[in-house]
Design a protein around this ligand. Structure first.
Ligand SMILES: *Cc1c(COP(=O)(O)O)cnc(C)c1O
Ligand code: SF4
Length: 336
């Protein structure tokens, strides 16, 4: 299907401009998707603390006129977000709020998370970040240097994970400085980047970015975040090919979400599609129980049943590890 002229013009712009033009209100998004807001359970109240934010490149993957589209469900603010669900709290992971003060989160042996930016290109309604006011956190140069010094001083750390928010929202200049500083730390083996941008804003994957990532002699691993095969557009494939062809290893993590991918066929298609583009399924996360996300929960028992079905349908290397986050634990907890 050919794209309308306005979309062709949008996608010709650079990633910063595309991001600036992301949908930020329900009416515009619904109009684009040929949906009537009055027919949907949308909630403006739900956007007060956690706004709607969707780049056109992601919105373009949503089926027009389908109120039950699995991608729409990930980004549309709805009334259910205002419901209280037992066991859902403001900070289920426990420590992310404090980590954004120092920039470093060292919970697992050998690996540290470096958090230097709080914002994302998209606001996923199921995200645990939704309850924190740090959406626009940017670690100061000073704090970032202190964080790097701490990594330098600890020879047990072999891998730094750039996380956030979305670390690829940092400018090329900031990333270049960061990668260079990390490259100088001898005991580091790898730099890992946790990002959803190859999926939701593939224009971010530019030749300049690739050059920046290649500045380092360290191995680069990128863990993308894709929940449904429909998210993998031609633009996404092009971006992932660019990363792959420069020698970067690509993994995917997904979150198991009711009404989005809680179905063995959907999960199977996701694994197949990812792998056909050189991306290895890594984790399937149980939902972090953050206030406002209860309507996305899939019980542990149902999750186990689903992943067993996936296991009988696919080769072992296409079955993601079903995991959950447990505050205080020394690693992710394998459910399966
Ligand atoms: C998830 C996570 C990691 C990475 O864990 P892997 O199992 O290596 O993917 C590292 N540190 C923290 C604090 C995490 O939450
Ligand atoms: S991309 Fe990840 S961190 Fe950002 S809003 Fe979505 S789930 Fe949250």
């Amino acid at each position: 299907m050919s794209e309308p002229q306005s979309e062709i013009q949008h996608f010709a712009k650079n990633w910063q401009q595309q991001l600036a033009e992301a949908f930020n209100n329900i009416e515009d998004l619904c109009h684009y998707l040929h949906l009537a807001p009055d027919d949907l359970p949308v909630s403006v109240t739900a956007t007060e603390n956690f706004p709607l934010r969707v780049p056109l490149s992601f919105a373009a993957c949503i089926e027009k006129g389908n109120p039950h589209d699995p991608l729409l469900r990930q980004i549309l603010p709805v009334n259910e977000e205002l419901n209280a669900y037992p066991g859902f709290t403001h900070d289920p992971v426990g420590d992310l709020a404090s980590a954004t003060q120092t920039g470093v989160l060292h919970k697992y042996h050998g690996r540290v998370l470096l958090i230097n930016i709080g914002s994302c290109a998209i606001n996923c309604r199921y995200c645990f970040r939704r309850n924190f006011p740090y959406a626009d956190l940017q670690l100061s140069k000073q704090k970032e240097e202190a964080a790097i010094q701490a990594i330098q001083n600890d020879a047990t750390i072999s891998e730094v994970i750039l996380s956030g928010g979305d670390p690829l929202l940092l400018s090329d200049a900031r990333l270049t400085r960061l990668i260079q500083q990390l490259a100088n730390i001898e005991h580091l083996q790898r730099i890992r980047i946790h990002t959803r941008l190859p999926i939701v804003l593939p224009a971010r994957i530019t030749d300049e970015l690739i050059n920046t990532l290649k500045l380092s002699s360290k191995q680069i691993v990128i863990v993308i975040h894709c929940n449904h095969a429909n998210e993998i557009s031609e633009r996404v494939i092009t971006a992932c090919n660019l990363l792959k062809s420069s020698g970067i290893t690509l993994f995917n993590q997904a979150v198991l979400l009711k009404g989005v991918n809680d179905n063995a066929k959907v999960l199977g298609e996701l694994s197949e599609q990812l792998f056909s583009h050189g991306i290895i399924p890594y984790y399937l996360h149980l939902l972090d129980k953050a206030t406002g996300t209860g309507h996305f929960e899939v019980s542990e028992q149902d999750a186990l049943e689903l992943i067993r079905q996936v296991q009988t349908a696919l080769p072992g290397f296409l079955v993601p590890k079903l995991v959950k986050e447990q505050a205080g634990a020394a690693s992710k907890q394998y459910v399966f």
